[in-house]
Ligand binder design. Structure first.
Ligand code: G3H
Ligand code: 13P
Ligand code: ZN
Length: 283
């Protein structure tokens, strides 16, 4: 069933687990994630970036995900990931998305508050939940100074002001993760997460979670993360499986025999994440 992001994430916040938010760009990815969610009896969030919308079209993505959600026995939300333009946000609201992210994290605090509050007003009027981001999501070196870290990571005092002024439903924070593949070993600021969660009685979001080890993910969930974004790990599984067919069966040219194994490989990644995040069995 198709539900709002808030419905899924408020339950996760109250019950101390995290829900996976997986990026989708095509039918095989949608089917892999939904199959995993059904098998694991897990709520799930399917999210589309602005790039995904440009690639596949808002109408196609909406049709695929809402069909999948209607057929599914578990709660499914369709979320806009890193929305930056008002146009994209309006397109999503009009096309059946049940959750949108307005990413104003590159703006100074006041401007981030302003653009986020505008989106909250409109989205809430349409019954759509809103995620926003505070802090810069860039991996940091081990030897970075405390001052430098404070300038990049989410400031707990600012987070309280930000949530109060915007009325946002869930907040993405920066505590040391980065998008894409990690070159070194990421070091997460768990004290900062603890402090933020202590001050904010709401779902908290972790971006850039591909490549983060199982123990760190479980600890993040214990300390209050409720939505975990995964894209790169699924892309990698897709590419590895496709490459395997192309390299080992060079005579193969049936798209179903090339993309079918990739769909299975992506499902396995999602199942593994759901078990780590604690959302398996929560639907
Ligand atoms: O956080 C970004 C996601 O991985 C989406 O990436 O903009 O290439 O679709 P994309
Ligand atoms: P990864 O690609 O690092 O998993 O990040 C995904 C993400 O944060 C999407 O918003
Ligand atoms: Zn992200």
């Amino acid at each position: 069933m198709l539900v709002t992001g808030k419905e899924i994430l408020d339950h996760a916040h109250k019950n101390g687990y995290a829900v996976g938010a997986f990026n989708v760009n095509n039918m095989e990815i949608v089917q892999a994630i939904i199959a995993a969610a059904e098998q694991e009896k897990s709520p799930v969030i399917l999210q589309t970036s602005e790039g995904a919308i440009k690639y596949a079209g808002a109408d196609y993505l909406s049709a695929m995900v809402t069909l999948a959600a209607r057929k599914a026995s578990v709660p499914v939300a369709l979320h806009l990931d890193h929305g930056t333009s008002f146009n994209t946000i309006m397109t999503c609201i009009r096309n059946g998305w049940t959750s949108v992210m307005i990413d104003g994290s590159h703006h100074p605090l006041e401007e981030n508050i302003k653009v986020t509050a505008d989106v909250v007003r409109i989205a809430h009027a349409a019954g759509v939940s809103v995620e926003a981001e505070l802090g810069r999501l860039s991996g940091v070196e081990d030897n970075i100074s405390v001052e430098e870290k404070d300038a990049i990571f989410t400031n707990p005092d600012e987070a309280v002001v930000f949530v109060k002024e915007t009325g946002v439903d869930y907040l993405a924070i920066a505590i040391g993760t980065a998008h894409g593949k990690y070159s070194g070993v990421p070091k997460l600021d768990f004290d900062r997460l603890t402090e933020i969660k202590k001050r904010l009685d709401m779902p908290i979001v972790l971006h850039g979670a591909s490549g983060i080890g199982e123990e760190d993910l479980k600890k993040s969930v214990r300390l209050g993360i409720n939505k975990i974004n995964i894209d790169t790990d699924i892309r990698q599984a897709f590419a590895d499986a496709v490459r395997d067919v192309i390299v080992n069966k060079p005579e193969e040219f049936d798209p179903r025999k090339i993309c079918g194994p990739a769909r299975e490989a992506m499902k396995a990644v999602v199942v593994e994440k759901m078990r780590i995040f604690g959302c398996a069995g929560k639907a």
